[in-house]
Design a protein around this ligand. Sequence first.
Ligand SMILES: [Zn+2]
Length: 121
Amino acid sequence: MNKFLSIWKYMCPRCRQGKLFTEPFEIGNPLSMPHSCSVCEQKFEPEPGFYYGAMFISYILTSSLLLPIALFCVFYLGWSANGAMVLIIALGATMFLWVMRYSRSLWIHIMVKYRPGYVKK
Ligand SMILES: [Zn+2]
């Protein structure tokens, strides 16, 4: 599995076989992650506050996705700024959980190296 597919499918960054998030998905606890990988025992929170870095990823993702849409609506479709803002807020709220999970996955993939065949002994 390549890195992008691994990030996309929320797999463990080290072995790319274990699941990064607890399954099945719970709406009340969308960011629930196991303590460590079930395959290679990579810790999913290597240090306290590890996922603060993921907030920057989520900011970059959200702004790079939503800003062009807002600019398109205002300058190409001729919407008012308020109309575009309503659309952006609705889209942002809809994408929120996906962005949070995806940015965590991206963050841990940046920080942890892939070690193929690494399994617990
Ligand atoms: Zn693993």
